[in-house]
Design a protein around this ligand. Structure first.
Ligand SMILES: [Zn+2]
Length: 209
């Protein structure tokens, strides 16, 4: 059986919450507030074009960027008292939110970005999405299903130390991807949040403390 075991280090240092939505929205809005204020030189220009041309990004250039990827996987919640105890699958989506300053290195490919979205995607695919896509995500304690999957040659199975709910998948994803996003430009790049959609209407956020 092809299987991958995910351990769950550092569980206590992450806030995994369905209530994190308002927090992210608040952060996002704050980051998108124009950097200038009433004292900024932009306001001394009468024309809108002049204001745009002469606008300089000041010290408040911290940003949040988010990349979304989707994958298919099977799971079950073995002790659930309703439908989720049955073997079934989802079209999952994962949204990776990074924070950092805008890179201003002249001539760099990533100039003007926090991180190239294609790099955000590439790293997430290598470390996580390609591993979980079209796999069965199973709890180690779900012995019945683990034993069954082990009888299937070359079956793509990912074994978790925790029940594969949206909350736990978000938490495991955060711990896998957190060390994967490196600050290569000195712009304080870091992973801030993983949002894991089990369905379009149900998701969990794992937010950096
Ligand atoms: Zn499910």
């Amino acid at each position: 059986m092809f299987s991958i075991h995910h351990t769950l280090p550092d569980v206590g240092s992450r806030l995994c919450s369905l209530a994190g939505i308002a927090q992210l929205d608040k952060q996002t809005n704050a980051s998108l507030i124009p950097a200038h204020d009433r004292t900024h030189p932009c306001h001394h220009f009468s024309g809108k074009l002049n204001a745009i041309m002469h606008h300089k990004i000041s010290t408040t250039n911290n940003m949040l960027i988010t990349r979304r990827l989707e994958f298919d996987a099977g799971h079950r919640i073995p002790n659930h008292n309703s439908q989720c105890k049955h073997l079934h699958g989802h079209r999952y989506a994962i949204e990776i939110t990074l924070s950092g300053e805008i890179i201003d290195n002249e001539g760099q490919s990533a100039q003007g970005m926090v991180m190239d979205f294609s790099d955000v995607k590439r790293i997430a695919q290598e470390k996580l999405v390609n591993v979980w896509d079209h796999a069965f995500l199973v709890y180690r304690g779900d012995k019945q299903v683990c034993d069954f999957l082990a009888t299937m040659p070359d079956h793509k199975t990912v074994i978790f130390d925790v029940v594969p709910t949206a909350e736990n998948l978000a938490l495991v994803a955060f711990n896998i991807l957190n060390p994967a996003y490196q600050d290569n430009y000195g712009n304080h790049l870091r992973l801030e949040q993983i949002r894991l959609f089990e369905t379009p209407n149900n998701w969990a956020d794992c937010v950096r403390d």
